[in-house]
Design a protein around this ligand. Structure first.
Ligand SMILES: [Zn+2]
Length: 322
């Protein structure tokens, strides 16, 4: 430890959300105060935990420092039960936010595991894949990407053994399919600290690390922040724009918009699902070559898939398998 001070860290645990914790019968539920009294000063839904941490003391005197949970100004709750309790659109009111990655003299970022990428952020087998998969062997050490505090350390859905760290820069990182978890909720970690071992738990075929970077619950494409070849951050800061969320990161919204753009009816959608793959609905002015070009395929491939000839006349509204 670098610090020569004895630091007492006092942590205020505020604002549990109603959906994350059950209420004791003697606790108020949100809204009980609605009838004109305003917020009670003695809020029974707020909890306070004091943790004192002894860091070597070489100098005389003590300093008392108060810190809250990492990025508590951004997140309304510190939820240790749900992996993703946040609603990005409720939290993110700005057009953009700058996330700074500068911490002179210390490791700011450490690659959780240096291995080959085996799957990217995006749609995969009709499921949104919110992380980047990194190849590893069961038992390989997995490290915290940034400084932060452990928010989740438990089995969580398809993630299997899952650790989620809230960081001081506003980001949260998710580590899935672990074979062992070496940290507990509330533990403060530094970038590069070992948090567990890689594995194959949860919905996983073959040992790998499923790694996500999220901001206010919204998963981001790690490739936009991290150079996987060098294992370093791409820049000293990252600007997250609301337009990028709409155009790149919000996978479900993108898929719905694509369906609308393509203009498929419900019945046509069902047909598309049945035949599998992509379906295109012919619009006015379309030609086979233009459709092929737009979808990065060839006219002969389109003809073969749809049992038509190259000089076939396309009908408006005709469905083509791409
Ligand atoms: Zn994955």
């Amino acid at each position: 430890m670098k610090s020569a001070y004895k630091i007492f860290i006092i942590i205020f645990l505020l604002g549990f959300t109603s959906n994350s914790f059950g209420y004791h019968p003697d606790e108020k539920k949100p809204g009980d105060d609605k009838k004109g009294k305003g917020k009670a000063k003695d809020d029974t839904t707020s909890h306070k935990i004091e943790i004192s941490e002894n860091i070597d003391c070489e100098e005389e005197g003590m300093e008392t420092e108060s810190i809250s949970f990492p990025s508590n100004d951004l997140y309304a709750s510190w939820d240790t039960t749900m992996a993703h309790p946040y609603n990005f659109n409720e939290i993110f009111k700005l057009d953009s936010v700058e996330i700074d990655f500068i911490n002179p003299g210390e490791n700011y970022f450490v690659m959780p595991f240096k291995g080959n990428k085996t799957s990217e952020f995006g749609w995969r087998k009709r499921r949104p894949h919110y992380g980047t998969d990194i190849d590893l062997e069961t038992g390989d050490t997995v490290r915290a990407a940034f400084d932060g505090m452990i928010r989740i350390a438990k089995v969580a859905y398809g993630y299997g053994n899952c650790i989620i760290i809230r960081h001081n820069n506003g980001l949260e990182t998710v580590y899935g399919h672990l074979s062992r978890m070496d940290v507990e909720v509330g533990k403060i970690v530094k970038a590069g600290d070992v948090i567990g071992l890689g594995g194959n738990t949860g919905r996983s075929t073959g040992s790998h690390l499923h790694w996500e970077i999220r901001y206010a619950g919204q998963a981001l494409d790690a490739n936009d922040l991290v150079d996987f070849n060098t294992g370093c951050l791409k820049d000293n800061c990252f600007v997250l724009k609301k337009t990028d969320v709409a155009n790149k990161y919000d996978l479900r919204a993108l898929k719905n918009r694509h369906r609308k753009d393509v203009g498929l009816t419900k019945a046509e959608l069902a047909y598309a699902k049945k035949v599998g793959g992509k379906i295109y609905k012919v619009k006015s002015g379309d030609t086979l070559s233009a459709i092929a070009k737009r979808h990065h395929t060839t006219v002969s491939s389109l003809c073969k898939k749809n049992k038509i000839r190259e000089n076939s006349i396309l009908r408006l509204g005709q469905l083509l398998k791409i």
